[in-house]
Design a protein around this ligand. Structure first.
Ligand SMILES: [Zn+2]
Length: 162
């Protein structure tokens, strides 16, 4: 029977240690029910919900990391999206990058949350009040101002070029 040389065995044994980051990321995520961060209920989805504020020369992000249940998550998506819709447009970087990114990532989070069963909160904890849908929140319509402005600018650009 052939026995590999000692240096070979030692190398093999130490190989996983040589790449701790790879070894750690290769291991599967911890299984088991994950509870909502706000109310503790399951099922919950690991989503990230964002709000973006744009100022003339600066911008600010608010990020909430899950997991959230369907109810808390939807409530937070509504809250953060409405905030973005009226505070997100007031800077060039925000208009072009920050706000579209926040809105799309909230939409993706919302789609994930929609696939969950509505969770029953853990005893003694409360869910975030669901609140009104975004389209019934007047502040959301502030977003029409920069959109109309952008449409008018585009219209001028095109008509002046022709
Ligand atoms: Zn919850």
């Amino acid at each position: 029977m052939h026995t590999p040389p000692t240096w070979y065995v030692q190398n093999q044994a130490s190989a996983p240690d040589a790449w701790p980051a790879t070894a750690a990321s290769a291991s599967p995520p911890v299984a088991g029910p994950v509870g909502c961060k706000m109310c503790g209920a399951a099922p919950a989805a690991p989503v990230t919900i964002r709000a973006h504020q744009g100022f003339i020369l600066a911008m600010r992000w608010h990020t909430l990391e899950g997991p959230f249940c369907a109810i808390c998550g939807t409530a937070l998506v509504r809250e953060m999206t409405t905030k973005t819709l009226w505070q997100g447009w007031w800077g060039v970087g925000s208009l072009v990058f920050g706000t579209p990114f926040a809105l799309v990532s909230n939409l993706l989070a919302y789609r994930k949350l929609r696939q969950l069963q509505p969770a029953v909160p853990v005893h003694g904890r409360r869910q975030v009040p669901l609140g009104k849908p975004i389209l019934r929140r007047p502040l959301a319509y502030v977003a029409l101002v920069p959109l109309i402005w952008a449409a008018v600018m585009l219209f001028h650009l095109v008509t002046s070029a022709l």
